[in-house]
Design a protein around this ligand. Structure first.
Ligand code: ADP
Length: 160
């Protein structure tokens, strides 16, 4: 089974890595797909986010990293996948994820969404929380892999 894990990954957190690890245990191949979304202002460029994920998953043979634009259903079809992976934190994620899953299935009835519940330690972890802590000089060492810490320091150092 080829699965696609789409998202903004701006930047990748331990929460995303947890989902990547667990999804690649059940899939034969996992395509991590960074959404190049022109309407969402991101801290990192699409290329930067793709390269970060490539570095992070370099030792995971089942994982490929790429980016996509436009509709996820079209991208999934292009890469021959019928399974979308998404992570669920609190109940607040559920509404949005459920709506997206139904919308995508409406557009392609062969497409299934697998919602993977987060690990307890990642429950309150999000890219925006990490960015806020980093901007205000707090400690976020346990929330991201070293690749992201390095790039956040570079990026935010450059913005000062
Ligand atoms: P998007 O903008 O598409 O929501 P994100 O990069 O914020 O992109 O998230 C991508 C996916 O990863 C979503 O399904 C989100 O719920 C999931 N995710 C993000 N953080 C966590 C976490 N800490 N634990 C589990 N899943 C997570």
């Amino acid at each position: 089974m080829i699965a696609v894990y789409p998202g903004s990954f701006d930047p990748t957190t331990m929460g995303h890595i947890d989902i990547i690890n667990r999804a690649s245990n059940i899939a034969d191949a996992l395509i991590v797909a960074v959404l190049a979304n022109p309407s969402k202002s991101a801290l990192f460029t699409t290329d930067e986010r793709v390269n970060q994920l490539k570095e992070i998953t370099a030792d995971m043979p089942k994982v490929q990293v790429t980016h996509f634009e436009g509709l996820l259903v079209n991208f999934a079809k292009e890469v021959g996948s019928r399974v979308i992976i998404r992570g669920l934190r609190a109940i607040t994620d559920f509404d949005y994820e459920f709506q997206m899953a139904l919308t995508n299935r409406e557009m392609n009835s062969e497409l299934e969404t697998l919602l993977i519940p987060t690990s307890a330690k990642c429950l309150f972890l999000s890219s925006s929380v990490v960015k806020q802590i980093a901007m205000f000089g707090g400690n976020y060492d346990k929330m991201v892999p070293p690749v992201i810490k390095r790039d956040l320091e570079r990026k935010l150092g450059g913005l000062k």
